[in-house]
Design a protein around this ligand. Structure first.
Ligand code: COA
Length: 188
């Protein structure tokens, strides 16, 4: 079994994008989308406060460990040669022993519909299967989150489960899909 890296290297370049660790100067850009109710709509939590955005960034100022269950790699997504953060992708180590990681994505709606989320998620998945030695990545998403379903399908992930009424979103029963891909299936 491959050994998962202790510390995550960054930045990561994609075709049109750069994925890098957040810095304290990114708080306003992150708050611009994390504060929006429509962005939080299917996240099973309220929009973030500015303080919440700043705290999450400060907590990662010294880099990200990638060793224990629950370790989180949160990367800001920027357009190459353009200032500002347009969104984020996140990889959570759910099982270090079995090398299972959960992937997610949240983007500013100003930059929707241009393939940026798919491109960033593809770059993060490649990092996961490459340098991080992950065996399987999976995503959990509300079945009503059709934009996110399409990201999974563009990445070639397999729909492995349809969980019925497995969570509460306010007073609405939420149902979720689980999509996944194995390292040996990943074509990049
Ligand atoms: C999920 C989310 C990131 C998807 O955003 P998105 O803009 O639909 O996804 P992409 O950036 O990959 O763009 C894909 C769209 O751009 C289009 N596109 C345009 N130019 C493109 C290009 N050069 N390359 C690829 N796609 C392109 C695609 O056809 C696609 O359109 P479609 O979905 O209508 O078919 C976004 O809706 C979001 O942040 N939601 C809130 C947070 C959230 O729910 N996260 C997921 C939690 S599980």
């Amino acid at each position: 079994m491959a050994t998962v890296s202790q510390h995550v290297p960054a930045p990561v370049s994609a075709e049109r994008l750069v994925l890098r660790l957040f810095t304290p100067g990114d708080v306003d850009d992150r708050y611009a989308y994390q504060s929006l109710p429509e962005v939080a709509r299917y996240l099973y939590r309220p929009p973030l406060t500015r303080e919440g955005c700043a705290e999450a960034i400060a907590a990662r100022a010294d880099g990200t460990a990638w060793k224990d269950d629950g370790d989180v790699l949160l990367l800001a997504v920027c357009r190459a040669n353009e200032p500002g953060v347009i969104g984020e992708v996140v990889l959570t180590l759910r099982s270090a022993r079995a090398q299972q990681a959960e992937i997610g994505w949240i983007f500013n709606p100003r930059y929707a519909g241009q393939g940026y989320a798919t491109e960033a998620a593809r770059a993060l998945a490649s990092l996961a299967f490459g340098r991080l030695g992950v065996h399987r990545i999976f995503a959990r998403l509300d079945v009503l989150n059709t934009a996110s379903v399409r990201v999974c399908e563009r990445l070639g992930m397999r729909r492995e489960a349809h969980l019925l009424d497995n969570d509460l979103d306010g007073d609405r029963w939420g149902s979720e899909y689980i999509y996944a891909t194995l390292a040996h299936e990943w074509t990049g």
